[in-house]
Each structure stands twice: as C-alpha cells, then as structure tokens.
Design a protein. Structure first.
Length: 75
C-alpha cells in the first residue's frame, strides 16, 4: 500500500487529494465528501483537515518530469 502523503493535486493543501490517491478514489469525490462532512459534523472535519495538513508529509518534490506531467493530465 502506498504511503499516505499530501498530493500535488491540491486545492488548499493537498490533504483530500492525498487521501484519494491513498484509497484509490477520485480527488473530486473525496472533496465533495469532505465538504458534506464539514456541514454534518459542525466543522469537526475542518479541525481534522488542519491536523492532517500538519501531520501528513508532502509528496517528494523530486518527482520526475514525466510523473509531474502525468499528474497534470490526471487532474
């Protein structure tokens, strides 16, 4: 199983993108679920997002050119 890291496919900090990559889901679907959780849990999901943003390491910035272009095509 892949290591859980923040994604380069990001809107704010890459947490939802990283979770989506780790679990093999669509990043858009993960973001929609997260927004729904924000409203349903009275912002507890926002606190969890901030905690994950601090805890999750960034994806290696030493990615090859080919991997970066593949990430852009997958967005």
């Amino acid at each position: 199983m892949a290591k859980l890291t923040r994604s380069n496919n990001k809107v704010i900090a890459g947490v939802c993108g990283g979770l989506a990559e780790h679990f093999g889901l669509s990043a858009s679907a993960m973001r929609i679920v997260f927004v729904l959780l924000l409203f349903l849990t009275f912002s507890a999901a926002g606190i969890a997002y901030i905690i994950l943003m601090v805890i999750m390491p960034k994806k290696n910035s030493g990615d090859s050119y080919k991997e970066r272009m593949q990430d852009r095509l997958n967005q």
